[in-house]
Ligand binder design. Structure first.
Ligand code: COA
Length: 158
């Protein structure tokens, strides 16, 4: 059986914290899909194409990782694409309640798909896409917070 995992999110933009989870998760499965949510209620700064381009550039050296977009329910995408596991990162206790609720609801909707939590590396536990955008907006240094292409896009955007 091929183990296919999915790492879903908004990635507006991808950060080094996301990339850390992607690299570690890619070692646990045969194939990892980084899935960018299309129908998010969030107001995103970057277009899908921009977000996908930033992720593709960041994962170019990871052979078993690809980027896709999805809309609708995550579990439906999983069923349609033979995905066995959903990967989510936990940065702090504050992430846990929301993540637990999502994992349990996804399990209720589709019990063939497991959620696997990876704890964020401590050096990225304070990172979020919003905080990176805020720092970039006020011309702070984001070089150590996001992959190279994301840094270029952020500098250009602001
Ligand atoms: N490093 C850095 N940032 C991280 C992180 C990490 N390891 N883990 C989480 N984050 C941050 C993100 O940057 C993001 O920050 P922001 O709010 O400042 O933008 C925040 O945590 C959460 O974003 P994300 O992980 O992208 O999740 P989300 O809440 O935007 O989306 C989905 C979660 C896509 C998994 C969920 O909405 C979904 O499955 N939607 C599809 C519809 C569905 O099936 N709904 C039913 C679910 S039960």
């Amino acid at each position: 059986m091929t183990n296919i995992a999915i790492y879903p999110g908004s990635f507006d933009p991808i950060t080094n914290g996301h990339l850390d989870i992607i690299k570690r998760a890619s070692k646990l499965c045969d194939k990892l899909i980084v899935a960018v949510l299309v129908n998010s209620s969030k107001k995103n700064l970057f277009t899908f194409d921009e977000r996908i381009h930033m992720i593709e550039d960041a994962i170019s050296d990871l052979d078993n990782v690809c980027v896709k977009t999805f809309s609708g329910l995550l579990v439906d995408y999983c069923t349609e694409n033979n995905v066995n596991a959903i990967i989510r990162g936990l940065r702090a206790v504050s992430d846990f309640e929301y993540e637990l609720q999502m994992a349990q609801m996804n399990r209720k909707l589709e019990d063939n798909v497991e959620t696997i939590f990876l704890t964020a590396s401590t050096k990225y536990s304070f990172l979020s896409s919003s905080i990176v955008k805020e720092i970039a907006r006020y011309k702070g240094n984001i070089e150590e917070l996001v992959p190279k292409k994301a840094c270029e896009y952020l500098v250009e955007k602001f």
